[in-house]
Design a protein around this ligand. Structure first.
Ligand SMILES: Cc1cc2nc3c(=O)[nH]c(=O)nc-3n(C[C@H](O)[C@H](O)[C@H](O)COP(=O)(O)OP(=O)(O)OC[C@H]3O[C@@H](n4cnc5c(N)ncnc54)[C@H](O)[C@@H]3O)c2cc1C
Length: 481
């Protein structure tokens, strides 16, 4: 961004946000940093002093957001790095951009790059997938049958979608008969079909609303998901897209959760009292988990979990609460499905996974140090980590320096002491041109800027649409941020 453009951008912030120039300048402080780094592209521009002479072979599994950030930071922090990255995918997906694709703001080419642009020649890249993790023998076994040993392992495999956990649904049904899912992508093939399918779906919905009032369902599953705000982003953006054309539809948000935004009460209140009433056509069905689809008859079946008051217990002087589960059928014309998600099979079926509890199947790391709780030479980064919060690219960005510092400490025979605070960010699109930048951590709201966290703002829309993507490619993927 040129200096003049920065000034124009600042004028817009001042005008649209009613902010003082001083505050606007503070926000704009991000921009010159980004611009400077973007101007000097190429990883060779990063010449940070080497911090550690520690030795050892590091194997990183996965080359998405977390794997590439870990690699870039380790490579620059070690004076004599010995890094192998195992990843089958030639392409790198900027997955948050799939929502802007769904809204018609990006196309696929905007959010796909070649992984070779991020993996330098001095890092050994094995283009294969790990089938088996064998941490007792410090090795992994690949799809090809090859065994790769390591001194230190970084697990960055991300998670896995389970459309197959919804009866009657297969991935190839998405994009047909009113079914959409913004999440659909395939890192190995380098495709982001969920974005374009959902943009077509927005337009089919708009066409249908010209001659009737379509019934539209938006789902959110009972498992942890990456970018927990995306189900509602699609709800509000598609509703706004209708509103802009003077149209409406009967919309149901069916979520297995009990709140719109449990992590930050002020955001929950804003969504409940201001954002949803702005549309006036949204009904929330809490405690509803999609379990089956009858695509031919356009009926979705949910498991509805709720609690009722039982008998009064004289001894404890309160009513006994009874858990109930019903099956509820809902007809639809259009449905946006968010799939259940889980740790990738290769981790879930390995000794590295939590064996029980709510994190079963996810990587068993300490929620602060990101070091494996039983295998001290194994660390995690990104969505695969079985920690209470943080399945976002923003979390992976916060994992990276902490995980790297702790891995270096381990390599140097010291105790890992850096702590991840649970940082998670959700740029929740409440309409075209407005975003709530919901930042939070294990303790609650954690805004990076001195602005009310719950307020939908144009500045966050502009930041997300125009700046985050170049920052991702040119700063985060090079370990500069
Ligand atoms: C629709 C959507 C919207 C989103 N919105 C946002 C947002 O607004 N803000 C935000 O911060 N985040 C957002 N995210 C989430 C963000 O993209 C992820 O949290 C982030 O990509 C996680 O990085 P990761 O490295 O853990 O996983 P990924 O980036 O998914 O990378 C994992 C890689 O590991 C590879 N892999 C898996 N198993 C193996 C194996 N056995 N062997 C070798 N390689 C393997 C995979 O092929 C993949 O390339 C969004 C995601 C989606 C899909």
């Amino acid at each position: 961004m040129s200096e003049n453009k920065n000034i124009d951008f600042m004028d817009e912030i001042v005008n649209k946000e009613g902010m003082s120039r001083r505050d606007a300048l503070k926000l704009m402080g991000i921009s010159p940093i980004a611009a400077a780094a973007i101007a000097g592209t190429g990883s060779s521009t990063f010449t940070e002093a080497k911090a550690s002479d520690a030795q050892g072979k590091i194997v990183i599994v996965g080359a998405g957001a977390g794997g590439i950030m870990a690699m870039a930071r380790l490579r620059s922090a070690l004076s004599n790095p010995d890094i192998t990255i195992i990843a089958p995918n030639e392409k790198h997906l900027y997955q948050p951009g799939q929502v802007f694709m769904a809204a018609g703001e990006y196309v696929a080419e905007d959010i796909i790059k070649d992984n070779k642009d991020f993996i330098p020649d001095d890092v050994k890249w094995i283009k294969d997938e790990v089938k088996t993790f064998d941490p007792d023998n410090n090795k992994v076994i690949l799809r090809s049958g090859e065994e790769v040993s390591y001194d230190y392992l970084v697990v960055a495999t991300g998670l896995q979608y389970h459309y197959d956990w919804i009866d009657g649904l297969t991935e190839d049904m998405i994009g047909k008969d009113g079914i959409s899912s913004v999440y659909l992508n395939n890192p190995e093939k380098g495709t982001v079909e969920g974005g374009s399918i959902t943009w077509d779906w927005f337009n089919e919905l708009r066409e249908a609303a010209k001659t009737g009032k379509p019934k539209v369902i938006y789902t959110q599953p009972a498992t942890p998901i990456k970018c927990g705000g995306a189900p509602q982003k699609i709800l509000y953006l598609s509703d706004d897209y209708l509103k802009e054309a003077g149209l409406t539809a009967e919309m149901t948000f069916a979520t297995s959760g009990g709140k719109l935004f449990g992590a930050v009460p002020a955001v929950d209140k804003m969504l409940t009292e201001h954002v949803q009433p702005r549309y006036g056509n949204i009904t929330n069905k809490f405690g509803h988990n999609l379990v089956a689809i009858d695509a031919a008859n356009k009926v979705a079946t949910f498991e509805h979990k709720y609690t009722v008051k039982g008998e009064y217990d004289e001894d404890i002087e309160e009513y006994v609460m009874i858990d109930k589960v019903d099956r509820v059928e809902m007809p639809y014309d259009f449905i946006h499905i968010v799939p259940p998600m889980a740790g990738v099979d290769s981790i879930a079926n390995s000794p590295l996974a939590w064996a029980q509890g709510s994190a079963k199947g996810w990587l068993e790391v300490d929620k602060e140090t990101l070091q494996h709780r039983r295998y001290a030479n194994v660390f995690g980064i990104g969505d695969i980590c079985g920690v209470p919060k943080g399945k976002t690219g923003g979390s992976a960005r916060h994992h990276a320096p902490i995980m790297v510092a702790n891995l270096l400490a381990q390599m140097e025979g010291k105790k890992p002491k850096e702590a991840f605070d649970g940082y998670t960010v959700c740029p929740l699109k409440t309409q075209y041109g407005k975003i709530i930048l919901a930042e939070f951590n294990y303790k609650g709201a954690a805004p990076s800027f001195p602005l009310a966290v719950e307020e939908p703002r144009w500045i966050w829309w502009a930041f997300d649409l125009y700046m985050l993507k170049p920052m991702y490619w040119h700063l985060m993927m090079k370990g500069l941020m």
